[in-house]
Design a protein around this ligand. Structure first.
Ligand code: COA
Length: 160
């Protein structure tokens, strides 16, 4: 059975993430969305909220589960018998950072492959930061995030 881990901070999940997730679910028998904390980032949504949003999103994908993780990604992947790490590539600007992460992870776990999937052109410009900025300034993010995420962003803006 081919199992993959799709890690990220998902703060919040976007349609770009969903696009990659659907592609990964079609390629692997099982996909674990690993929701982590990038220690360099201060998240808008708590870990629990990010996991909950993703669980709602993957309800339609039977071979995908969502789990929180901390510590090293390679340890999480090994503990879950995953043979691959999925990362989405949007533009050349993603490449350098992703290349560095993939090589660092390979040094730590030589048998764990990083598999890059190309994001759809329509969502190539989307990032979690752009979504948060537009939402906080009262803009419409319905074309950038799944419905449940748009609803949460709206509730957050209204302060409830
Ligand atoms: N569509 C839309 N946006 C995408 C995307 C896609 N397909 N793919 C990435 N992004 C965006 C994210 O929204 C995020 O945007 P932001 O910077 O505006 O928040 C950005 O690209 C990168 O975020 P993400 O994919 O979540 O990665 P990350 O760099 O925040 O987190 C971890 C990466 C959690 C996987 C990494 O930090 C990690 O592995 N941590 C564990 C510790 C570890 O093992 N360290 C050693 C690894 S080198």
């Amino acid at each position: 059975m081919k199992k993959a881990v799709y890690p990220g901070s998902f703060d919040p999940p976007t349609l770009g993430h969903v696009d990659i997730l659907r592609r990964a679910a079609g390629l692997f028998d099982e996909v674990i969305v690993a929701v982590g904390a990038n220690t360099a980032k201060k998240p808008m949504f708590s870990l629990e909220e990010r996991v909950a949003m993703l669980q709602e999103i993957v309800a339609e994908l039977p071979n995908v589960q969502v789990l929180p993780f901390d510590g090293l990604l390679v340890n999480f992947a090994t503990q879950h018998d995953a043979s691959a790490v999925i990362r989405g590539l949007r533009a050349v600007s993603d490449f350098e950072n992703e290349f560095q992460m993939a090589l660092a992870n390979r040094t730590l776990a030589p048998n764990l492959e990083t598999v890059f999937l190309m994001t759809s052109a329509e969502v190539m410009f989307v990032s979690s930061s752009i979504v948060k900025e537009i939402a906080s300034l009262g803009g419409d993010v319905s074309g950038l995030v799944p419905k449940n995420v748009a609803a949460r962003l709206m509730r957050m803006r209204e302060g409830s």
